[in-house]
Design a binder for this molecule. Structure first.
Ligand code: EPU
Length: 422
């Protein structure tokens, strides 16, 4: 069994470098399937989700060479299979991007129904709608998704019923090599959507409007090899270190990030009373008092990201007043609050709302990492708390944060990684 022991309390001080964005990389890796050639990717985060994606791509016939831990060449000249139906695929949410990418190249695609973090119901109806509108037939049975097409996908107008990151990504992937023009409305605008579009455009795709509500894609017959593409910095990793700096009353310069992507988080930290200084590609966050309480309502970009909701809760948990979190994206994203209550937090969560009354201190306790971002919140709680906080189920954290113990150690934290025999 793996666990972290966080020795608290600690004031984070120093500099940290942000890795490439997980949620961009998990779309860009399958997007390379659209080109019969080589793609050179830089700033790829070295996290377990990416290692899993590499394994899945290799099972389809991709040849992948790591040039360094964050740089790889993917050669998809000879893809031998469009079936990605394995335990690995089923555990992994972002495996659904294989549907959009492989449908650009093959008539028949099969993948396991995707798994992922337990955040409540995770339907894929909008993904299916996208593929069907473009002319594919989609069936879900026996734990698999089967998508078939009898001819090249055909561009059309698609209106998403709900703003979905995944369905927007899949629509971009599937429409890139479709015949004619696809116009997708009510799309997600997250930075990783723009990064996928930029990556595909660098290979000859014709995608306009990524980052706005409407994306227009003029299908092209083929894409060409890309000499080198660098994935954007991770918005959520940046936000995690920003909140950790503020919660520990620290002073941290967060380097290699995009301050513009951080606006909703910066705004909340300023409300909390933190000092936030923005530079061209770095942000400095410091704090010298207990945080003020505030209200957070999650919403799609440019709103406050649901993936920062558990982390920002730690600031509220030690604030001077009573704050509120309203979760508008996932139906079950407050499970982690039970862990914080074990540490002395005063939180009552019902349905989509959590009321958080600030307490003087948090105290160490054995806690679980319910999902990736909840796990990051447990680390921040452990850094704030008195005593040694044991965090279990850390495989969730390792899915999405590169070198997390080293990065925190460089800021003065003491987080031990322990592997015990079961
Ligand atoms: N939804 C539907 N039908 C669909 C698709 C989504 O009803 O076909 C609903 C979902 O149930 C949810 C909402 O739409 O209520 C938004 O879901 P979305 O599709 O945007 O989420 P996703 O693509 O599955 C990505 C991230 C998540 C992040 C969400 C929201 C990846 C691989 N995952 O998920 O990231 O929480 O967008 O921003 O990009 C994480 O990184 O920790 C993580 C969970």
């Amino acid at each position: 069994m793996e666990k972290f022991i966080v020795h608290g309390p600690c004031k984070l001080k120093g500099e940290v470098n942000i890795s490439g964005a997980k949620n961009a990389a998990v779309a860009i890796l399958p997007a390379t399937l659209l080109v019969k050639g080589k793609c050179h990717l830089e700033n790829v985060p070295n996290i377990s989700d990416i290692r899993a994606y590499v394994e899945i791509l290799e099972s389809l016939g991709s040849k992948i060479e790591y040039l360094s831990k964050n740089e790889m060449i993917i050669d998809n000249t000879d893809i031998s299979s469009a079936i990605a139906s394995s335990e690995l695929t089923s555990k992994f949410r972002a495996s659904y991007y294989l549907l959009g990418a492989l449908l650009g190249r093959f008539d028949k695609v099969q993948i396991s129904l995707p798994g992922g973090c337990n955040l409540g119901a995770r339907p894929i109806d909008q993904h299916i709608k996208v593929f069907e509108k473009l002319g594919a037939k989609v069936e879900v049975r026996s734990g698999n998704v089967y998508a078939t097409r009898t001819q090249t996908l055909k561009g059309t107008a698609i209106f998403l019923d709900i703003v979905s990151v995944g369905a927007t990504m899949n629509a971009i992937l599937a429409a890139t090599l479709a015949e004619g023009t696809t116009i997708i409305e009510n799309v997600a605008k997250e930075p990783h959507i723009v990064d996928l579009a930029n990556f595909l455009n660098s290979m000859g795709a014709k995608i306009k409007g990524a980052g706005t509500d409407t994306i227009k894609i003029t299908g092209v017959k083929e894409l060409h090899q890309v000499s080198s593409y660098s994935i954007i910095p991770d918005q959520i990793e940046t936000g995690t270190f920003m909140v950790a700096a503020a919660a520990t009353c620290g002073d941290v310069l967060i380097k290699n990030c995009i301050p513009k992507h951080m606006e909703p988080i910066t705004a909340k930290l300023l409300e909390a009373g933190a000092n936030v200084e923005e530079f061209a590609d770095s942000i400095r966050v410091s704090m010298d008092k207990k945080p003020n309480a505030f209200t957070v309502k999650t919403s799609p970009y440019p709103g406050f990201p649901t993936d920062m909701q558990p982390q920002i809760c730690i600031l509220l948990a030690i604030s001077t007043g009573t704050g509120m979190i309203v979760e508008n994206i996932w139906e079950s994203r407050f499970q982690y609050t039970d862990e914080l209550v074990k540490m002395g937090a005063d939180i009552s969560a019902h349905g989509t709302t959590a009321i958080v009354k600030g307490v003087d201190k948090l105290y160490s306790a054995p806690v679980r990492s319910h999902d990736l971002r909840a796990g990051a919140a447990m680390i921040i709680a452990g850094l704030v708390a008195d005593g040694n906080t044991e965090i279990y189920d850390i495989h969730h954290i390792l899915r999405g944060y590169e070198d997390i113990t080293t990065k925190f150690a460089n800021l003065g934290a003491n987080i031990e990684y322990i592997q015990e025999d079961d």
